[in-house]
Write a protein that binds this ligand. Sequence first.
Ligand SMILES: Nc1ncnc2c1ncn2[C@@H]1O[C@H](COP(=O)(O)OP(=O)(O)O)[C@@H](O)[C@H]1O
Ligand SMILES: [Mg+2]
Length: 450
Amino acid sequence: MLKSLKLTNVGPAPMLELNLADRLNLLTGDNGLGKSFLLDVVWWVLTRKWPHDLNDNLTSGYPARPADPKLGSSIAFDLTTANAKSVSYESTYSRQDQAWVGRPGRPPNPGLVVYAHADGGFSVWDPARNYWKTKQGMDIQESLPGYVFSPKDVWDGLDAEIGGKITRVCNGLLADWAAWIRERGDTAERMKNVLARMAPTGEVFEVGPLVRLSVNDARDIPSIHMPYAEAVPILHAASGVRRVVGLAYMLLWSWNEHVRASEALGEKPTKTVVLLFDELESHLHPRWQRTILSSMLHIAKELHDQAEIQLIAATHSPLVLASAEPVFDADRDAWFDIDLERNKVVLRKRQFVNRGEISNWLTSNAFDLKQARSKEAEDAIEKALAVLRDPKPTRRAVEDADTALRNACLPDIDPFWVKWGYYVETKMPKNQQAAKKTASPVRKKKGNSK
Ligand SMILES: Nc1ncnc2c1ncn2[C@@H]1O[C@H](COP(=O)(O)OP(=O)(O)O)[C@@H](O)[C@H]1O
Ligand SMILES: [Mg+2]
């Protein structure tokens, strides 16, 4: 479990520092301010491998590069290991080696780590299969440093080189899910339950029969039941459905394989699980965005039963933030927000306050919109507000603001009309009420002149 992280002269800011919460950590910030980068660094801190180094089909997860190569760069962190030991560590960048270096020897064991990338790829680090072993009193580095899946690998399977041989390390979603369905065993049932848990409340995500795509394709493809079709092959399903199925599969696969490998090795399954999600909401309709976070918390708890689970999720969705309101607990959870201030990237821990209507999240520090309206309506209202603030606006300024409001197609029901209409009615001298007529929402609407 990661406790703290401090980056100096690496990534988008001269310094980034955060103290993480034990359960839920939410990360917000505009595009390009370093959310995905931070998740990559967290993955590296926990596993000491950069995702892209393990699978160059990825389009992200490159090794962190110092911002100014002439200055010293460091990645420092504190974590609690799977054996509940506290470890502090600092790695510095060596220009000669072009690599991050630190204490030699076996790194701490962070427990099971699953990282869902924004594009549908996944990285999994399994303490039973990817951690160094002790053989005859010596620490031996395992040959497979982690499982990094491109989006295609998740579906079709992953091969990796082990001891010089290409080995199939994961059969992939299509083959595994079909096999689970044929076996009619526990795993098919668990996949069904995980999927049911992911659907927004009241909807059921029903698994259909195995189907063929064509007479030339011998694969039995799992299908899902849609209200309008008995069996939609999962390969034809919408990207949101495929995202959710991919998440369900990777969570199940990583846990099942970990438990199997632990049994084979005569070890106990880990009690620590760290889940990293980039763009938790990606491809999901608002109804699903509103439930995905609580679904993930529930699923993780059900799958990992006795384990401590830390979740770190980057999001662009006000619905995800709003969905945290009923569960957010300041003792166990935290929200970090990244902003651009005077051309500098700044990360802050923000106080999480419930905001009620979801649009209030849009205008909060998380998303920094001035208004939860179209950009055109926002500009027009800002213009009108400037008139309201002016003790002596000219008639021309009032007319211009009124025209801007109409051109922005601010709808009749917009509460701003009440303020604006009242202002024109009461504050403008009668002889200056050129805008008065048009300020009535009914008349001002374009193309509404029946
Ligand atoms: N491997 C890397 N090494 C150093 N900096 C990086 C690396 N990858 C991304 N960055 C920094 O992060 C920025 C991209 O941020 P990213 O994390 O993709 O944004 P977002 O918040 O939208 O997820 C880049 O402009 C760059 O400054
Ligand atoms: Mg990103």
